[in-house]
Write a protein that binds this ligand. Structure first.
Ligand code: ZN
Length: 679
């Protein structure tokens, strides 16, 4: 029987893939890749890009995309069977990558090509692949002695297992936490939607009343709307102590894992000759030194401090006046901020939702993409997804050329990883025979699910922004014209620049002409009225000081943590966070707060010593958007075409700073961000 994971179909055969298919498929691929690599090395007289590098690109891409499919399933459809298969394969995958990274004959073959006369005739993309490969061989320890190389291999393998465990602990801790409520008084302030969802959760567990869970939409609704202060505190406590020793059960405490992860990363960095893990990470970034990163973050703190203090004073005054609240606690902030926002701008998130149905938002978003980049997006009906709610779309350009496809899976459900992300299912690649593999992406969100009464999902404006953001990543993956998978789409792009296409896309959520395209009231059919839009827009930077300070807290904590060379125990991590908070936390969080224990970005999501990327990309995106707004046209096609050509199509084919300078005419300037924040 053939294995559906290895089927050479354009789209993955989701309905046929069973956990039992995974091990045999991956093991067969690993074996085949190893054999083919050795055969290539042995059979070639003179190594060239065409006879070695290109075939290896295709070989690695196939493994990456099938392994990517397995990781994807483990994120959106977690089950005990899938989990055990995935965990068993993690070390094998890690060993394979270490082995290839430390493969001396392969390294020498790449060096040969670099030093050959042919090299200068290669195009920039081809040269970039060879340069990246030589850099990555060094970062894998290829030139070190055997003992060190073995240790690096061991560390990589252990890290991949620890990071996976970190993530699964959060998933389990989240799925196991519930709060049963029988007194409806406690739920005052919550929307009919939240009541319906929590009621349904109760019914599913055969419980009278309501069951509160810690999926993000429910947590968010309670923090913003629940009038019962004790309820907010309980739910805040549940969420902020997930996977920690402060949680009701210690079964999923991430604390010891965090210490281990940090120590292993430090050891890895040192073995490779770096002072600390931050220095090691920066080798592949746009910002090149720890000083540059810290200066940027500290400069931002200075710019924002005053505004954040003012925001807090405003909240405190409001709390006293409106709620006779003398002390504002961490679990009050969102509630107070939301109440003040509603009072000041007469905007409620629930009212806005009525304008943003899934269907209209998607249709409008696709029209915006067409206005800007000339692409047409059509839904594909007959396909196999991994869940009944999944949709599939195809993207064609002005010449009706297929550029790629993407899946979307928008709503929160159990056994689905928290957060929103865009992943790559297939990367654009040109096969040796000239055939183009067109890219396919996944857009995954955790939006508020619809109730039984609702015909389709209704999005808040925040959720609309998230969707635009992920769609921006998706365009980066799909519109690429690079032929070689290791540098096509988001691949090979400096991590601190990867958020530029996504954050840029968010801007159109704040332009009336664009909002007209995505909004349509559920009953009246009109788009978001001008008055409501203006109030929404005015509220854009409301309490931005506090919001940014929180982003800075995450960024500084992350970076300081990876500058440390000596983390002995969990309390050392807490001490670093506490030190950062002296600068950034205007309201000290309660002592039980362990947000860091579910900080997946840095402990399992690739943002280690890189959380600052969000802020840095914000600089890039504001600076880029200024060019879009120069003519005061919302859909400036001339600038959009340049962005398409200079950034989106280029993937990682050149240094990102060079691409940016080509598009913008100069290096990025922090002023555009400060201006957009009214600072
Ligand atoms: Zn993003």
């Amino acid at each position: 029987m053939s294995n559906p994971l290895l089927a050479e179909t354009e789209l993955p055969l989701f309905s046929q893939i069973k956990p039992s298919h995974i091990q045999p498929a991956i093991k067969a691929l690993l074996k085949e890749n190893r054999q083919t690599t050795e055969a290539l090395l042995a059979s070639i007289q003179e190594y060239t890009f065409e006879n070695l590098v290109w075939p290896l690109e295709i070989l690695d891409d196939r493994l990456d995309s099938i392994w990517g499919l397995v990781s994807h399933l483990s994120s959106v459809q977690d089950s005990p069977e899938l989990r055990s298969v995935y965990e068993a394969l993690l070390p094998l995958m890690s060993d394979y990558y270490s082995e290839m990274g430390q493969h001396e004959p392969l390294y020498k073959a790449f060096l040969d090509i670099k030093n050959s006369r042919q090299y200068k005739d290669l195009n920039l993309s081809q040269q970039k692949i060879i340069e990246n490969a030589l850099r990555d061989f060094k970062l894998s320890g290829v030139s070190l002695d055997k003992e060190k190389r073995d240790r690096i291999k061991e560390l990589n393998s252990e890290l991949s297992e620890l990071e996976n465990k970190f993530e699964k602990n959060i998933l389990d801790a989240t799925d196991h936490w519930t709060l049963h409520i029988t007194d409806s008084e406690r739920l005052k302030g919550l929307s009919p939607h939240t009541l319906a969802i929590t009621k349904a959760a109760g019914e599913n567990s055969q419980k009278e009343g309501w069951l509160i869970t810690l999926d993000y939409p429910t947590y968010d609704a309670i923090m913003r709307c629940a009038e019962d202060r004790e309820l907010r505190k309980e739910v805040y406590r549940g969420y902020q102590t997930l996977a920690s020793n402060q949680a009701p059960t210690q079964d999923w405490d991430n604390g010891p894992l965090m210490v281990e992860i940090l120590n292993k990363k430090q050891e890895l960095a040192e073995l490779l000759g770096f002072k600390d893990y931050a220095e090691y990470s920066l080798v592949t970034r746009m910002l090149k030194s720890s000083k540059e990163v810290m200066d940027f973050l500290n400069e931002m703190v200075e710019h924002i401090q005053e505004r954040a203090n003012k925001d807090l004073e405003e909240i405190k005054a409001f709390a006293l006046e409106e709620f006779q609240m003398k002390e504002v606690e961490a679990w009050d902030l969102r509630y107070l901020s939301e109440s003040l926002r509603e009072k000041r701008f007469s905007i409620s998130e629930e009212d806005c939702r009525l304008y943003f149905s899934e269907k209209n938002v998607l249709e409008g978003l696709f029209t915006i993409a067409k206005e800007l980049y000339g692409i047409s997006i059509q839904e594909i009906r007959n396909f196999e997804g991994w869940h009944e709610g999944v949709k599939l779309f195809e993207v064609r350009d002005e010449n009706n050329q297929l550029r790629g496809k993407f899946y979307i899976d928008l709503y929160a459900r159990v056994h689905k990883r928290k957060g929103a992300w865009c992943g790559s299912c297939k990367t654009r690649a040109k096969k040796i025979n000239g055939e183009i593999i067109s890219p396919i992406a996944y857009i995954i969100c955790n939006f508020r699910a619809k109730t039984e009464d609702e015909a389709e999902g209704l999005l808040s404006h925040d959720e609309v922004i998230t969707l635009f953001h992920e769609f921006g990543h998706c365009l980066h993956d799909i519109l690429t014209k690079v032929d070689y998978p290791s540098i096509s789409g988001g691949n090979g792009v400096s991590w601190d620049a990867i958020e530029l296409p996504s954050q840029l896309m968010e801007h159109w959520c704040w332009e009336k002409e664009a909002v007209d395209l995505i909004s349509k009231h559920q009953t009246t059919g009109v788009c978001l009225p001008e008055t409501l839009f203006l109030r929404l827009k005015k509220s854009k930077n409301f309490q931005i000081g506090l919001g940014l300070m929180r982003q800075l807290e995450f960024s500084l904590f992350d970076f300081e943590l990876h500058l440390q060379r000596d983390i002995k125990e969990y309390s050392d991590i807490q001490a670093i966070l506490d030190k950062v908070r002296v600068k950034t936390a205007l309201i000290p969080p309660p002592t039980f707060n362990r947000f860091q224990n579910s900080f997946t970005h840095i402990f399992s999501g690739g943002y280690a010593a890189g959380y600052y990327s969000y802020l840095w990309s914000e600089v890039l995106s504001e600076d880029a958007y200024e060019l879009f707004k120069r003519k005061r046209e919302v859909f400036d096609q001339e600038v959009a075409k340049r962005f398409l050509k200079d950034i989106l199509e280029q993937g990682g084919s050149r240094e990102f700073m060079d691409l940016f300078v080509e598009f913008r005419g100069r290096k990025p300037d922090v002023k555009a961000l400060l201006k957009s924040l009214d600072l």
